[in-house]
Design a protein around this ligand. Structure first.
Ligand code: SF4
Ligand code: SF4
Length: 139
């Protein structure tokens, strides 16, 4: 009889613990309160644009997986707080998204520059939208 070996083994290392602690420090949220009910993801209006659901982002952070910094989800989040309102554990997921963005921006990596916009877009877009986008997406 053949034995099926699980490939789902995960060892929580010191690096994982440090990453999780850093996100908790920056966000002010207690990540381990999350029990993965999915209420945040079900209420988020932007999941169709995300590569990781908000609840999955939280799970990555619980496990201290730095790969979450490569996700586009924190950049898609519009800080609408629908998730926070629904979370039975009182976690402000938008704060976690902000912490993850901050961690990327601290590496001085620009995610957006004005020359990516066409002259028409620059003319049409409200100034406040451009300025907020610059604050959110550039180092
Ligand atoms: S704050 Fe962000 S993650 Fe939460 S529901 Fe709104 S867009 Fe989705
Ligand atoms: S709603 Fe709260 S407890 Fe439920 S998965 Fe999202 S963060 Fe976790």
């Amino acid at each position: 009889m053949s034995t099926v070996r699980s490939e789902l083994c995960f060892t929580f290392t010191q690096e994982n613990a440090s990453f999780k602690a850093k996100v908790e420090e920056l966000s002010g949220e207690k990540i381990d309160l999350c029990f993965q009910c999915g209420a945040c993801s079900s209420g988020c209006p932007l999941t169709a644009e995300m590569d990781l659901l908000p609840s999955k982002v939280i799970r990555y952070v619980q496990l201290g997986m730095e790969e979450v910094l490569e996700s586009k989800t924190p950049w898609i989040c519009i800080t609408c707080f629908n998730c926070e309102i629904r979370c039975p554990r009182g976690i402000d997921i938008a704060n976690v998204m902000e912490a993850l963005r901050e961690m990327v921006l601290r590496t001085k990596y620009d995610r957006f520059t004005l020359d990516q916009l066409t002259p028409e877009e620059l003319k049409e877009l409200p100034q406040i939208a451009i300025i907020s986008n610059q604050r959110k997406l550039t180092a």
